[in-house]
Design a protein around this ligand. Structure first.
Ligand code: PRX
Length: 638
């Protein structure tokens, strides 16, 4: 292809979106082709491929049976249990149908929600695909979340059935899921009719008669496990996935069916350059958007085998330490495309660099990293170690696929350290002044990264059950402009490369996990010893950011008595652990007599964060009580 071809490709996607996406739509199978490509008559809502009928599971599984029924589809490796198993497309087809038949037996029909709370086991992928097969809306909740976080999601999604397992395992430590799930259902106002459980034999389970079913028992009683794909309208909902924002209440990001299938198929070709019959390895988790798009649907739609991994990056098959496990798997399964997060690479950086040379990595064409800023030393280290291109990609739960990166499948553009690259086809990315809404066109001016509608296929349709929240949260945050805000700061350089400079809101990013500080604050202020609390994200060399909490205790002794403070800190940490999960646990909880606020009572989180990172807190003229920030400074520096 010519040197200017990505620029041309991009132009066409923007100037002639209908022709461009009609062409991409041919990458998937349709039972009925779309009558209309783009309908954006009611902005910011967009309907892609209206009139078309298709099915995600058909495109991920059935479609490949004719050519590759015996080829690997799902490779599951767990260094937590020492298990390793490959399912061919034919076997995957059977497994998915079995779960689909079980869900049907439990009364699940098209449009019903099925909440999936699972560790990284094949049954989690079967359940997602089974839902897609019958037109049920799946809602996967990250297995690292605890009962409080799970309860609020159950309440919002109102699932008919919850799919879960006895336990997960992390670093050899078993985490029983069933008690967390039981507690979440107890806390939730909505009660699912049934719970479908996989017993891995890791933790004892008490079954609730009439409600809980073991998947093996249920399947054994089925008369038939033949479940054909339900043809869905392109605009029918495929799934929701919760993500954090500025309020404590998580948002259900809702996605369609046809647009999502096309977007993923196109991204597999143009961005990831993954080819049928090859192996794709994403180290994410099915509870995060990367896992939904690029562990389950994307690779399978492309006819690739997907490698699903349960375990730490530094743990071997014998469960002993092994910093080379991922490279061993790349060699063994001839992985061609790999996807991970900068945090994981920073963890590996602490291992013996010889591990990168120990295995034959010649199959690997590129490593994609996303989820948080990729720092230059990390990028250089892994790029030199692996000898393959390292491709940073910037996107969000909301987008479902990369917004800014390099489309290696279209053109090999030079990467620049610190930049994920350029806007992907279909995305009109702009930088706007945060208060005037004016577009910043000069190079290197910092502003808010926004997307002008119509958003491309695969992008969120709305917030589940809450169109107003979708419009008000995302499309009305820049004054005078109806544009989608990413809530990220960014700049664009003279060559059109973007640089992402962190969030504009209260979302933090801990080891690639997106967390809302408000959700953590609400959990902490529920402790009866805490009067008030502020949680901020503080830069961390390994995890990118960590959560740091500053609380005003009800008992002022915690301010002067270190033993009291330590005990209260421990209790607060435990509470976050039990309610939200270990991922949300702050690195420290420090006690202060007052929190820095404006005179009108607004918490000055940004000033707290600056002080924690030993930066200048900026203009403090509106601050009510200057000693409050001073206390924080002393704590942090002491
Ligand atoms: O702040 C940006 C950061 O992660 C946020 C989205 O997180 P999540 O919804 O979990 O989706 C992750 C999908 C990969 C963004 O708003 N972020 C994501 N990728 C990058 C990034 N920041 C800098 N560089 C990236 N490549």
């Amino acid at each position: 292809m010519s040197a200017s071809s990505y620029a041309e490709f991009y132009r066409r996607s923007i100037d002639s979106p209908e022709a461009f996406w009609a062409e991409q739509a041919r990458l998937i199978d349709w039972q009925t082709p779309p009558a209309r490509i783009l309908d954006d008559s009611r902005p910011p809502f967009v309907h892609w491929f209206a009139g078309g009928k298709t099915n995600l599971c058909h495109n991920a599984v059935d479609r490949h049976l004719a050519q590759r029924a015996d080829q690997p589809a799902l490779i599951h490796v767990s260094t937590e249990t020492g298990s390793e198993r490959t399912y061919s497309f034919g076997q995957l087809h059977e497994e998915v149908q079995r779960v689909a038949a079980s869900l049907r037996a439990l009364g699940v029909a098209k449009g019903d929600r099925v909440l999936i709370y699972m560790p990284m086991i094949p049954e989690a992928a079967f359940a997602m695909l089974a839902c897609a097969r019958i037109g049920a809306i799946h809602c996967v909740v990250f297995g690292g979340f605890a009962s409080g976080a799970l309860a609020s999601r159950i309440e919002d999604a109102a699932p008919k059935v919850v799919v879960s397992a006895d336990a997960g395992s992390r670093g050899g430590k078993v985490v029983a899921y069933k008690p967390l799930l039981d507690e979440a259902i107890r806390l939730s106002k909505h009660k699912p009719e049934a719970v479908l459980l996989t017993d891995r034999g890791l933790a004892p389970m008490e079954l609730n008669p009439g409600r809980d079913h073991l998947d093996s028992d249920l399947a054994a009683g089925l008369k038939s496990t033949d479940v054909p794909c339900e043809w869905l309208d392109a605009t029918d909902i495929s799934y929701t996935i919760y993500t954090s924002g500025t309020t404590g209440r998580p948002k259900g990001v809702q996605r369609d069916t046809g647009g999502y299938a096309v977007a993923l198929a196109a991204s597999m070709k143009h961005i990831f350059d993954g080819r049928p019959g090859e192996t794709y390895f994403s180290t994410s988790d099915i509870g995060w958007v990367v896992g939904q798009s690029y562990i389950v649907y994307g690779p399978l739609i492309a006819g690739m085998a997907t490698l699903m991994y349960e375990g730490l990056p530094t743990q071997g098959m014998d469960r002993g330490p092994d910093g080379g496990i991922w490279w061993q798997l790349v060699q063994k399964y001839k992985v061609t495309v790999m996807f991970s997060a900068p945090t994981a690479v920073r963890v590996l950086k602490k291992q013996d660099p010889a591990l990168l040379k120990k295995y034959d990595l010649s199959s690997l064409r590129a490593l994609f990293l996303a989820g948080e800023p990729l720092d230059e030393p990390t990028a250089r280290w892994i790029s030199e170690g692996l000898g393959v291109p390292i491709i940073d990609n910037y996107w969000q739960t909301e987008s479902g696929w990369p917004i800014i990166t390099l489309a290696s499948g279209v053109e090999n553009k030079q990467a620049k350290f610190g930049s994920p690259g350029v806007p992907m086809y279909g995305y009109k990315v702009k930088i706007l002044h945060e208060s005037t809404g004016e577009e910043l066109t000069a190079p290197n001016e910092k502003g808010v990264v926004v997307i002008e509608g119509p958003t491309p296929p695969g992008f969120m349709q709305t917030v589940w059950k809450d169109d107003d929240r979708f419009v008000n949260t995302y499309w009305k945050s820049v004054p005078g402009r109806m544009v989608y805000s990413t809530f990220d700061w960014g700049i664009r350089d003279e060559d059109g490369y973007f640089y992402i400079l962190g969030r504009t809101d209260d979302v933090i990013n801990v080891a690639g996990h997106r967390l809302g500080t408000r959700e953590i604050e609400e959990c902490i202020s529920g402790h009866n010893g805490v009067a008030e609390v502020a949680v901020v994200g503080v830069a961390d060399a390994l995890k990118g950011q960590v959560a740091m909490a500053f609380a005003v205790p009800k008992d002022s002794l915690a301010l002067t008595d270190p033993a009291r403070a330590l005990a209260l800190e421990g209790e607060v940490m435990q509470r976050v652990n039990d309610e939200l999960g270990a991922v949300a646990r702050p690195a420290r909880v420090r006690f202060v007599s007052a929190l820095p606020k404006t005179r009108s009572g607004k918490l000055l989180r940004r000033a707290i964060q600056a002080v924690c990172e030993q930066r200048d807190p900026g203009d403090l003229t509106t601050m009510d009580d200057p000693t409050s920030l001073q206390q924080i400074r002393q704590l942090v520096q002491g």
